[in-house]
Design a protein around this ligand. Structure first.
Ligand SMILES: NC(=O)c1ccc[n+]([C@@H]2O[C@H](COP(=O)([O-])OP(=O)(O)OC[C@H]3O[C@@H](n4cnc5c(N)ncnc54)[C@H](O)[C@@H]3O)[C@@H](O)[C@H]2O)c1
Length: 430
């Protein structure tokens, strides 16, 4: 497709995600120009300025200041924390921006529906950062399903193993540990998964039931004598897998980096001092967390397709099993690590077929190629002819969010929730 000009991007929130997307976009100067960014942390704005490589780059101290400057670009990337998606997205739509919006769309179901309504009214495009839709693994799974090899899909079973350290870092000590201040874990962590499940099945979810709780990261599970902080001389520090002092060495790259800007340069003493007051220095059994550490969803899709999804702190990576009338497709992290293939198709009669997929960037990092895939798709999504549906547009992804809100309702009430009625009731109350 020919284009009148590269897409001009402005960025609200200059943290980890924004830096990933803008760095990928900067590699394609014929398609993207990064022209402005906002963040209360000047060093982060500076980082995006450097990534942009532009002398006319404009930096702002927050979302409000950038949006007060009028429409500076074609697309605004909203990559603030979850609770701070809604307000800048509404304002950006009013200003006539198209939006690349980090997931979740918003943390309240009514806000999600409101953004959908506003985007439609403003006739603007909102693309949601469901990077897994653009990853090599899930694209291959979708391709195999679309080939008809499985026959008719009957059931799907998916899981996400959050991994114990990740659970502790994000959902016990970190940003998403207190549900009332953030959002239910099934939304914050697993809206990717509910999105992928209904995208692969190709049908909407009608009814949902859910069970789950916080059982492990609780005060009564604390080892005898464990103090409030790992820096206070814990008697089991040497053997505890959650010892925060691990941030100094093997958990410095990525984990410490994601919450402490000077992670790469700080001395061990400086990190220890930081752990003495930071949430990430707390004993995992003595935090104020209430996010679940396990949850299961049972789903009924249109046409009687059934599905389950399991989220657990105590496994690593995503797994998938899709049962069809002609065969079964299985795959995920365990297959990749131990069986030399990412996906295996097992026809009910005949020989298995193994599939290995390579992420666009050659590894399983960057969400298995989903990050570069998303940035590549951003250009096409934003330059499609008017009215053409987007692959990860708001219309296609609100349902993924409604599944999570309905799941949480089901978990808390013990009821089976009919999603359409649940959504209608929300829309009435909005
Ligand atoms: N798509 C994915 O796979 C994926 C993966 C991880 C995180 N996320 C989501 O991406 C979002 C960002 O995550 P992150 O890890 O980059 O977070 P982050 O904390 O690294 O970055 C958020 C930034 O927003 C800035 N900010 C706060 N208030 C602001 C304001 N008023 N105006 C402008 N900037 C402001 C913060 O200073 C921070 O730099 C979150 O919603 C998160 O859930 C998505």
């Amino acid at each position: 497709m020919t284009t009148p000009h590269p897409l001009r991007l402005a960025c609200i929130g200059c943290g980890a995600r924004a830096q990933t997307y803008t760095a990928l976009a900067a590699h394609q100067p014929e398609r993207f120009q990064i022209i402005a960014a906002a963040d209360p942390m000047p060093a982060r704005v500076e980082k995006i300025r450097q990534i942009s490589g532009r002398a006319d780059f404009r930096g702002f101290s927050n979302a409000e200041a950038l949006l007060a400057a009028g429409k500076l670009a074609d697309v605004v990337i909203i990559a603030t924390q979850d609770n701070d998606h809604y307000a800048p997205c509404c304002r950006a739509l009013e200003l006539g921006y198209n939006v690349l919006l980090e997931k979740p769309i918003a943390t309240r179901a009514a806000q999600v529906l409101d953004i959908e309504r506003r985007a439609r009214k403003a006739d603007r495009r909102v693309m949601v950062c469901f990077v897994l839709r653009f990853s090599a693994f899930y694209r291959k799974a979708k391709e195999i399903i679309n080939s008809g090899a499985l026959g008719e899909i009957v059931s799907i079973q998916a899981s996400e193993g959050v991994e114990p350290w990740h659970q502790a870092h994000s959902f016990v000590r970190g940003h998403w540990s207190v549900v009332g201040k953030s959002s239910p874990m099934i939304l914050s962590k697993c809206c990717h998964d509910t999105d992928i499940v209904h995208w692969l099945v190709g049908r909407r979810c009608k009814r949902i039931a859910s069970f789950g709780s916080l059982e492990f990261f609780r005060a009564e599970r604390a080892p005898a004598g464990a103090p409030a902080r790992c820096t206070d001389g814990c008697p089991v520090g040497d053997t505890c897998p959650y010892n925060a002092l691990r941030y100094i060495n093997e958990k410095r790259a990525f984990w410490l980096e994601s919450v402490f800007d000077r992670a790469q340069t700080a001395t061990p003493e400086e990190i220890t001092a930081w752990l003495c007051t930071s949430p990430w220095g707390r004993c995992v059994y003595r935090c104020d967390n209430d996010a679940v550490d396990r949850q299961v969803l049972a789903m009924e899709f249109e046409g009687g397709v059934t599905g389950t999804f399991t989220m657990t702190a105590f496994e690593n990576g995503r797994h998938l099993e899709i049962y069809g009338t002609r065969g079964v497709l299985k795959g995920g992290e365990t297959y990749r690590k131990h069986f030399g293939a990412n996906l295996v198709f097992l026809p009910h009669e005949g020989e298995p077929v193994r599939y290995s997929v390579k992420a666009a960037d050659g590894g399983y990092e960057s969400h298995a190629g989903g990050d570069p895939g998303l940035v590549n798709a951003l250009y096409d999504e934003m330059t499609r002819p008017p009215g053409a549906p987007l692959e990860a547009g708001i219309d296609a992804t609100v349902h993924s969010h409604m599944i999570t809100f309905a799941a949480e309702e089901a978990r808390l009430t013990g009821r089976t929730v009919a999603i359409e009625e649940f959504q209608k009731a929300l829309a009435k109350g909005a």
